[in-house]
Design a protein around this ligand. Sequence first.
Ligand SMILES: Cc1cc2nc3c(=O)[nH]c(=O)nc-3n(C[C@H](O)[C@H](O)[C@H](O)COP(=O)(O)OP(=O)(O)OC[C@H]3O[C@@H](n4cnc5c(N)ncnc54)[C@H](O)[C@@H]3O)c2cc1C
Length: 396
Amino acid sequence: MRAEQRPGENLLKSVRAFVEEEVKPSVSRLDLEDEYPQAHVDRMKELGLFGTLIPQEYGGMGLPLQDYARIIIELSRGWMSLAGILNSHFVAAWMIETFGTDHQRVGHLPRMATGEVRAAISMTEPHGGSDLQAIKTVAMREGEAFAIEGEKMWCTNGLHASLIMLLTKTDPKAVPRHKGMTTFVVEKRPGVHQQPGLEIPSLLEKLGYRGLEGTRMNWKGFRTPVSSALGGEEGIGLGFKQFMAGIEIGRINVAARAVGIALASYEAAMDWARTRTTFGKPIAEHQLIGAKLADMATRIRAAYLLTIEAARKKDAGERADLDAGAAKLFATELAEEAAFESMRIHGGAGYLQDADVARYYRDAPVLIIGEGSSEIQRIVIARRLVELAESGGSLI
Ligand SMILES: Cc1cc2nc3c(=O)[nH]c(=O)nc-3n(C[C@H](O)[C@H](O)[C@H](O)COP(=O)(O)OP(=O)(O)OC[C@H]3O[C@@H](n4cnc5c(N)ncnc54)[C@H](O)[C@@H]3O)c2cc1C
């Protein structure tokens, strides 16, 4: 599956070298110690990765999503957490580019493109993440500012980010509920747990996806200017729709991350199966192991193609909810299965805490949960399929 020569091909090569030479030798320690990979983030800045999707007029590279997906696959082959640092950053950047005012685009995108400003997205709350219209965090207007009150949960990059894409209710009584929801582009101090109106308690202890922080956020009267509503005054009440569109970028990232983990799992399994011998031959030559490798490889290729097709459609400005949902659903379920199969092929060696496959096994499940769980993807896909059938559209 060699990527053809594309504008992002040179960057892809640099990312591959970065992963092989810098990420792979350090990942086990960083993962086990749950240490923030500051040196890798600095290197990612140097490589220009924080500007990958940001248009050139704002200082980014303006690469298509297809190139971005390939870069995310490469990074995740080394360590999925690094791709997570980019995910929320680009969901936020895309939302600002697409729905922001000129002032917001010019004010935020150039600093985001260099990585000087890194962004997080915050929708989920302790009482739930799938039913986003049920959020309770409110933003109440007080003159030229909004005061934010509420509790958020699971904000990836929440501590290190200096810009938070925050989903709130500006009209909690609105019917339908989504009409009362507004996104704010909130600026905060990076790396601090306390600032006026915002507390970030101690970081969440996760099963996998380590090194990168997941945070709660307690908003207690935090004041943000009216001009920070995404899209300005006209964006008030559009937050839910803005997030639902932005999350498609996230779903492509998550699908690509899943392909990266599945590929790494497969490669580790293949290496092991070719060298580990039982009953007088390499285990790859036992048909039952060969069948596992064949299934894994076939499904990885399918997941890759689904992901690139979803990215291509989004690049072309076509409707991509079905494609992004299908790619995310298929690739993430595959990542979990491939990590488990790879561990089984490794036998006891795969069950050691510091084994790469053990990390894939701990990292993969979050991909099924975040950015809309598999259950939610099936709902999105089924709804779209009914629409397609009613309009006489074709599935392929
Ligand atoms: C490591 C990690 C990082 C995350 N990062 C972020 C982030 O950066 N920003 C952010 O906003 N959120 C983030 N999340 C939150 C994530 O998006 C939510 O966990 C996810 O949306 C699911 O929400 P929930 O955990 O509240 O589960 P719930 O919504 O309570 O769902 C529980 C279960 O019920 C199922 N379910 C829900 N509704 C239905 C239905 N209608 N039909 C069938 N089944 C249903 C779900 O699939 C799930 O299995 C992160 C989560 C994790 C674990």
